[in-house]
Design a protein around this ligand. Structure first.
Ligand code: ZN
Length: 434
């Protein structure tokens, strides 16, 4: 067994033990600096120098470059975030920051999102440095802060303030792709992310006449806001099948022997078991109310009320979506844009995709790579601003019965040890041939 396969579990375990909880508040996001320093040390041990940059005290991201044999080729960006979402220890069956190994899994917040991949990247690079392997083209490593709160203090900061570190990067790989979905012992789909939905966080503001809560009152901001929020929350936006989702559904329908009705893709998605959650949100724009804010006293009608709506838009749909949303909300409620990042979509073809497929098949003869769209957003949104063509490819083989999507930000997040080791082997092959 190669030493990268030996080492990946220890590296991941060390990273899990550094609590990098991202609360969305700089004052309480503490561990990213320690994690970046850990990564720097593991790279320095094998002769790779790196730079750590802070966007705010403690909000540290690290970049390093591994020179390739052909400097004429565009560089490949390999990125992983170091932060994690909070974990409520009382809800877990193991302490979330202890890095325990049991039942064939390594447990902890960040085990699949995404310290697993961070550890794989470190393991491969360390092995290469020890044995003198050089990749065909430059590889730029980016370990980022703040992905879980939108990346303003991590990937977007790097792109805005230190973009020279990413010079020459033409393509990139990062999280939420490359994981397996077992159809049968002879067929495992590996979902490779080629698209992700756009983010549009909106705040709705309703205004009315302030007054006493005991009076007759026909212009109440809380009532107006509540009506608009309820309409949005219940609304289903129309089905739109983008090229990525169409390709996914065609591949998967064929693989599973499911009848696919192009006019009713949700019928096919309903038969996908644990990945239905991931795919279901990618056939339409969505708008979910997430916060409400109004009033300051029980018997006072306030003059204003506001709500936050988490909207996710399909590629090419952002403007049309806003028109549709305006119709649902009505003319009297104001819409404020809080956070807006575009959707991404690239094609499932080319030498890089071929290298992913070849690496998967070499390690798993039952592998069948398929493109898919992520309903969430990743650091790829920041890196895409530089024109980098981004994929979600953090290879991982999963046991057939594991509900992978439920583990993201979930209780008892854990990664299968064998799956992690499989991932290292695939990543090593892929990076050697990319
Ligand atoms: Zn993540």
């Amino acid at each position: 067994m190669s030493s990268s396969v030996d080492e990946v579990v220890d590296l991941c375990r060390d990273l899990l033990r550094i609590d990098t909880t991202n609360t969305g508040d700089n004052a309480t996001s503490a561990g990213e600096r320690a994690a970046a320093e850990y990564v720097a040390e593991k790279l320095a041990e094998v002769g790779v120098s790196s730079e750590i940059h802070e966007s705010a005290p403690g909000r540290a991201s690290l970049v390093a470059r591994i020179p390739g044999t052909d400097p004429g080729r565009g560089a490949l960006l390999v990125h992983g975030h170091l932060d994690v979402v909070p974990a409520e220890a009382a809800e877990w069956s193991v302490p979330p920051f202890a890095g325990e190994i049991k039942d064939g899994f390594l447990w902890g917040r960040g085990a699949i999102d995404m310290k697993d991949f961070d550890a794989m990247v470190l393991a491969v690079v360390r092995e290469w440095q020890r044995t003198g392997v050089r990749p065909p083209r430059d590889i730029v490593l980016a370990f980022t802060a703040d992905e879980e709160a939108g990346g303003d203090f991590g990937a977007h900061f790097l792109v805005d303030k230190h973009r020279h570190l990413l010079d020459g990067c033409t393509e990139g790989i990062g999280e939420v792709g490359g994981f397996s979905y077992t159809v049968s012992k002879d067929l495992r789909l590996y979902l490779i992310e080629t698209a992700e939905k756009g983010i549009n966080w909106l705040r709705l503001h309703a205004r009315g006449r302030p007054g006493h809560g005991s009076m007759v009152h026909d212009d109440n901001a809380v009532t107006a806001l509540a009506e608009a929020v309820a309409r949005v929350g219940r609304h289903r936006f129309p089905v739109v099948v983008t090229p990525t989702v169409r390709a996914f559904l065609e591949e998967v329908s064929e693989a599973l022997g499911i009848e696919l009705d192009p006019d009713d893709p949700e019928a096919a998605i309903g038969k996908l078991g644990t990945i239905a959650n991931i795919i279901g949100a990618t056939v339409r724009n969505t708008a979910n109310p997430t916060r409400l804010d109004a009033g300051y006293k029980d018997n006072v009608i306030p003059s204003r009320a506001s709500a936050t709506i988490d909207c996710r838009t399909l590629p090419g749909q952002a403007d049309l979506f806003l028109e549709q949303l305006r119709e649902v909300i009505g003319p009297d409620v104001e819409i404020e844009h809080v956070q807006r990042q575009p959707a991404l979509e690239t094609t499932f073809d080319g030498a890089l995709v071929d290298a992913m497929a070849a690496a998967l098949r070499a390690e798993d003869p039952a592998a069948r790579p398929v493109p898919y769209m992520l309903s969430g957003g990743t650091d790829a949104k920041a890196f895409n601003r530089l024109g980098i063509r981004c994929f979600g490819f953090a290879p991982l083989q999963l046991p057939p019965d594991l509900n992978f999507s439920a583990l993201f930000h979930g209780i008892d997040e854990r990664v299968p040890v064998e799956g992690l080791q499989f991932g290292v082997r695939v990543l090593d092959r892929f990076l050697r041939n990319s």
